[in-house]
Structure formats: C-alpha cells, structure tokens
Design a binder for this molecule. Structure first.
Ligand code: AMP
Length: 211
C-alpha cells in the first residue's frame, strides 16, 4: 500500500508521515530529506541542489525522479511519499514508476492548513542535528532538551526565513496545488484538517487511509 501525503510547507507532513510509518509499518520517504542528505554528502550534485533548495525553488522533475527511482525500487514495504509529487509531471512520473514496479497507490491525502498558520509555524520551526547526522524536528515528540541531551545541535532551516517561506508558498500554489486536481480526477484524493492537535490530525489521516 503506497500513500502520497500532500500539503503546504509546514502543514505537518513530516511529523505525520513518521507517525504513520510506525503505525502502519510503511516506509517514510521524504524527498526533502533525500535531497538534504545529498547536500550533506558534499557531492557536486549536492552543491547544485543546495542552491535550488536554499532559494525555495523546486529541483527539476528529472533530477527528482532519478534520485527517487532507486530508493523506491529498493523498498519492499509500502511507501508514504512525503513532499512528492510536487508537480503534475512528477505525479505522472510516479504513476508510471509504480506501474513499472508492480506497486499501487492507495490514496493521496492532503493536510490542509490556513496560510497564516503555515507562515507562523514555519517562522517558529526548529530542527535538531544529532551527532550521527540524523535530523529530527523539534516538536511534541522530540523536545529541545531531548536534542541537547543526545548531543545534538538546534538550528533553523535556511529556507524557513519569512522571505523564503512566502516564495515557497507561491511555488506551492502555482506548481503543487494542480496535483490535487490530478488526484481528484483519478479518485484517489482525500483531505484532512491540519489545524487541529497533531494526534487528531493523525487519527483523521488513519481514518481516510483505511476507508
Ligand atoms: P521539504 O522538506 O519537503 O519542505 O522540501 C524542501 C525543499 O526540497 C523544497 O523546497 C524543494 O526545494 C526541494 N524538494 C523537495 N521535494 C521536492 C520535489 N518533489 N520536487 C522538487 N523539489 C523538491
């Protein structure tokens, strides 16, 4: 069972995908994390990716697919795609890739959140970089104290500044919102209210996924 988790930046996709991964025994694949790992590796490709991400733009569909393909092909469990697809072209590429690999998309679920809440949340969002390189989001499941206790460093994402957030939201409206229509047309679309307690969002997600 594969699931696409959609929503504007800051809607809580990462947090919820991690919870769904545990609950449903799925594999959480965040394309943002995949790209940040490539940057952390210090490769030439990583340097090109950093320039795009730090500006709040999307990396090209071709690059995204080439990075993702091997990961999906090497995954036996069902997948929660977090942050992918972000364009109609990617949605079509995903369809073709899943057919090729004999996999099936069960639902594309969007976490909906008013824009002013998104801007506020991202302005306050903090991450923790652990000594082994793992990045955890600071939140109800992992506090700043947890981070410090484990020897981690607290930081803010360079693309979470107000200026970059505005740009990312514009990119989201222009390029990613049409993907919702794509999934509506093929009957896989569902949405949940993201402006509730994280546990309630989680339960709403479970309910629509199991429908
Ligand atoms: P995220 O962690 O999902 O907010 O993604 C961070 C950044 O990674 C985005 O602002 C994009 O620059 C890039 N990115 C992540 N996923 C994709 C994707 N599916 N297509 C293109 N760029 C992406």
């Amino acid at each position: 069972m594969d699931i696409v988790l959609m929503g504007a930046p800051g809607a809580g996709k990462g947090t919820q995908a991690a919870k769904l991964e545990k609950e449903l025994g799925l594999k959480h694949i965040s394309t943002g994390d995949v790209l940040r790992d490539e940057i952390a590796s210090g490769s030439e490709l990583g340097k090109r990716i950093a320039a795009v991400i730090n500006n709040g733009d999307l990396v090209s569909d071709e690059l995204m697919l080439s990075v993702l393909k091997n990961i999906v092909a090497g995954t036996k469990e069902g997948i929660i795609f977090d942050g992918f697809p972000r364009t109609i072209t990617q949605a079509k590429m995903l369809d073709a890739m899943l057919v090729q690999l004999g996999r099936k998309l069960r639902k594309a679920v969007a976490i909906e959140l008013p824009e002013e809440v998104v801007v506020e949340r991202l302005g306050e969002r903090k991450q923790c970089k652990l000594p082994d390189g793992e990045i955890r989001q600071i939140g109800p499941d992992f506090s700043q104290e947890d981070c410090q206790k484990q020897g981690g460093k607290i930081f803010m994402r360079p693309d979470d500044t107000p200026e970059h957030v505005r740009h990312r939201l514009a990119v989201y409206h222009q390029q990613t919102e049409p993907v919702i229509q794509f999934y509506r047309q093929n009957g896989l679309y569902a949405k949940v209210d993201g402006n509730q307690d994280p546990q309630q969002v989680f339960e709403s997600l479970l309910a629509v996924i199991k429908q």
